[in-house]
Design a protein around this ligand. Structure first.
Ligand SMILES: *Cc1c(COP(=O)(O)O)cnc(C)c1O
Length: 347
């Protein structure tokens, strides 16, 4: 099967497993796992931040950041397709007592003007606006890459009004691969930012959350409180270090593969593709114009050995990744094209 369901489906490569087996380990909780420490320093340097903390997941990076940066009754500003708003089990509300202001967007991008308008005046009756989060790249909106200048405008508007600015960088390195802009430039001046290791980088577990030393110290306490502190985590951190050494180039290949899939279906009638489609390693389109549901389309592709993801009633998300090579992409392009054409003929 050619699995384009998500870049989370990647399996550790033989080289990565070897690095994990060889990892030097200690006790993470007491700060004495050398491999975990090395990974945190490496990612902090990559993002141009003072410090980093290894987390079991990106979800915990977002949650710990929100818990550090806010108080109960605060409000955070995100986009309405964001991971924080849709698929983190309302952790901000459940654990932080924080409400979420979800800005309506089409491809996951909002503007500094929208943020400015969403920031509440300080009034007894209003929640305190506390944090704005940007997802680079956007996940459920199709891998759109944020423009650096707009990110900085949003950062400045937010910080100018006393909010903190956060980057959900689950796929930040895919944006770096797409634009050539260093990760540290994207993260510059933000209060917190993180990258996921278990998406395109191909690790089995983990993410690294970065910020100032004081922020990371506070995030560490939440990690501990949430049950995320580990022991011989060097086995996992070694996978992260291996990925940073060996899998970065793969992200550019993944992006190119998504662009190839985009070219293969761009001219088809009935497929709703945004002009921004295929910017990074995700291709997102609607099959509503074919008169079918996303589940119909996904099932038809699956019959031909290609797994894509149905999102909502009409949207398909295809995510290229380390485990699908050039031949697999060519085959997936053929299958998606033939499937769309077959449905178009029937409709
Ligand atoms: C996957 C993802 C997360 C969560 O990361 P996990 O490691 O799966 O918990 C958060 N934000 C975005 C944009 C993601 O794609």
């Amino acid at each position: 099967m050619i699995d384009l369901f998500s870049d989370t489906q990647t399996r550790p490569t033989p080289g990565m497993r070897e690095a994990m087996a060889r990892a030097e380990v200690g006790d993470e909780q007491s700060g004495s796992d050398p491999t975990t420490n090395a990974l945190c320093e490496r990612v902090a340097a990559l993002l141009g931040m003072e410090a980093g903390v290894f987390m079991p997941s990106g979800t915990m990076c977002n949650l710990a950041s929100i818990l550090v940066h806010t108080r109960r009754g605060d409000e955070i500003v995100v986009d309405d397709q964001s991971h924080i708003y849709n698929t983190e089990a309302a952790g901000a509300a459940a654990l932080g007592g924080v409400s979420v202001r979800a800005l309506p967007t089409r491809v996951g991008l909002f503007t500094a003007d929208m943020v400015e308008a969403a920031i509440r005046p300080r009034q007894r009756t209003a929640p305190r606006s506390a944090l704005v989060s940007i997802e680079q790249t956007t996940s459920f909106s199709g891998g759109t890459v944020w423009d650096l200048a707009e990110m900085r405008r949003i950062r400045d508007v937010a910080q100018g009004c006393g909010l903190v600015a956060h980057i959900d960088g689950a796929r930040l390195l895919n944006a770096v691969a797409a634009t050539g802009i260093p990760a540290a430039d994207y993260a510059e001046g933000f209060d917190s930012a993180w990258i996921d290791l278990s998406k395109g980088l191909g690790c089995p577990v983990g993410a690294v959350l970065c910020g100032s030393a004081a922020f990371v110290e506070a995030a560490w306490q939440w990690k501990y409180r949430l049950g995320g502190a580990m022991r011989q985590s060097g086995v996992l951190a070694a996978a992260g270090l291996y990925a940073l050494d060996h899998h970065i180039a793969q992200l550019a290949r993944d992006n190119a593969h998504a662009a190839q899939l985009h070219r293969a279906v761009a001219d088809l009638p009935g497929l709703g593709l945004d002009p921004t489609a295929g910017q990074s390693n995700i291709l997102f389109f609607s099959v509503e114009g074919l008169g079918i549901t996303a589940a119909d389309f996904a099932a038809a592709c699956m019959k031909e050995g290609v797994r894509v993801r149905a999102l909502g009633t009409h949207h398909i998300r295809v995510t290229t990744n380390l485990d699908v090579d050039q031949a697999g992409i060519a085959r997936a392009a053929e299958v998606m094209r033939a499937t769309a054409l077959a449905f178009a003929e029937r409709s």
